[in-house]
Design a protein around this ligand. Sequence first.
Ligand code: MG
Length: 408
Amino acid sequence: MVSAIKQADRASARVPSGAAPAPLRRLTILGATGSIGGSCAQVIAAAPGKFSVVSVAGGRDGAALARRAIELKAEFAAVADPASYADLKSGLAGSGVEAAAGPEAVCEAALREADLVVSAIVGAAGLEPTFAAVAAGRTVALANKETLVCAGSVVMATAARAGTVLLPMDSEHNALFQAIGSRDPDTIAMMTITASGGPFRDWSADRIAAATREQALAHPNWVMGPKVTIDSAGLMNKGLELIEAHFLFGLPPDRLDVVVHPQSIVHGMIAFADGSLIAGMASPDMRTPIAHCLAYPERIASGVSPPDLAALGRLTFERADLGRFPALGLAIDALRAGRGAPTALNAANEIAVAAFLDRRIGFGDIARLVERAVSMMEAAGELMTPGSVAQALAIHHIAGERTRSLLA
Ligand code: MG
C-alpha cells in the first residue's frame, strides 16, 4: 500500500496534474549582432526551455543578422540600413524568418508582442526603437546607455506613465539595481560606479593624448564593441554612465560618484544613511548582468562563475584623475549643467569617437572637440531641456553638425 502511494507520487511528479509547463519568456533583441547581442545568444543557449526569441534587429550587417536570427530561431529580423536588406533576405532564404529593413522596421521589431525587449543598439540610433518599446509598456532591459543620456527625462517620464519596467543591463547599473533591492531609495547617501581605468590608467596626460587606435582598443578587462571601448579608454564611458545612473535612479549629481577599481570585480556600491556600504560584485563578464535581466526576477545559470576573492587576493580602489581624463570631467560638467547638455555631449562624442576610429583625429582631440561643440551650443542658447524624443534628436543633430564643422 505504502509503495503504491509512492509510485503514484512518482507518477504525478512526472506528469503534474493540470500544471502546464512554464511558458517560455519571449524576447526581442535590438542590437543582436553586436557584442551584447552575442552574449545574449550565449546566455539563451545555456538556458534551454527558458526563452524564445520573437524579433532581432541590427544596424547594417545583414548577413550576420540573418545568422543570429537563425541561431536564435527568431520570427522576425529587421536591419536598420535598407542597403543591407538583400544580404539579410538571402541569408534567411528557406529559414521561414520574416525579413524587413529600415528604421521603421527596427521600431516594428521593438513593438512586436514580447515579454522583454533588450535594448543594445549602440549610440543614439537606439533611441527611437527603445522609446517605442518603453512607451508601449514593454519591459525593457537597457544595455544602450545613450538612450538615457540623450533623452533621459523624456524616457523616464514616459516609462512612469506607461508603467514600464526598466532593467539596467549595463554592469555597473545592474550591480546598483541589485544592491538597492527592496531598500528605501531615500536612504541612499551616495551611489558609486567603478571604472577599470582602461588601458591608459597609468599613462601620463601627454602619452594618453597621443595614443593610437590600437592602444585605445586594447581594453585590459572587458571585451566590448569599438565605440564603448574607446569611450572606456578616456573614461567618457564612465561619465555617460553617471548620467545614465542619474536618470535611472533619480539621484542628484552630488550623490553620484566614480572610483577607479582596476580589477573590475566590484561594479557598483551604495552607501546608505547609516554608513552601510553595499557592493555589487561579479566577474567582468556581461553574461552575468544579461542573465540577471533576461530571467528577472528569477535567477538562471549564466555560465559565469562568481569571483574567487581569495584567488584574486587584492581589490584596489583609487580616485579618478580628471586632469589626465578630461572626458570624464566634461561629462560631470554636463550632468551638473543638465538641460540639453548631456544630449549635446553624447552627440559630439559619437562624432568625435567615429573620427578617431577613422584615424582622422588623435585621442586627445576627442575631449577637445566635445568641449568645443558643447560650449558653442551653450553660447548659442541651444541647450534647452528636451521635452520629447524629437527635441532630443534635434539637439543631437545640431551637436553632430557643430562637431563635424569643427572637424572640417
Ligand atoms: Mg558599463
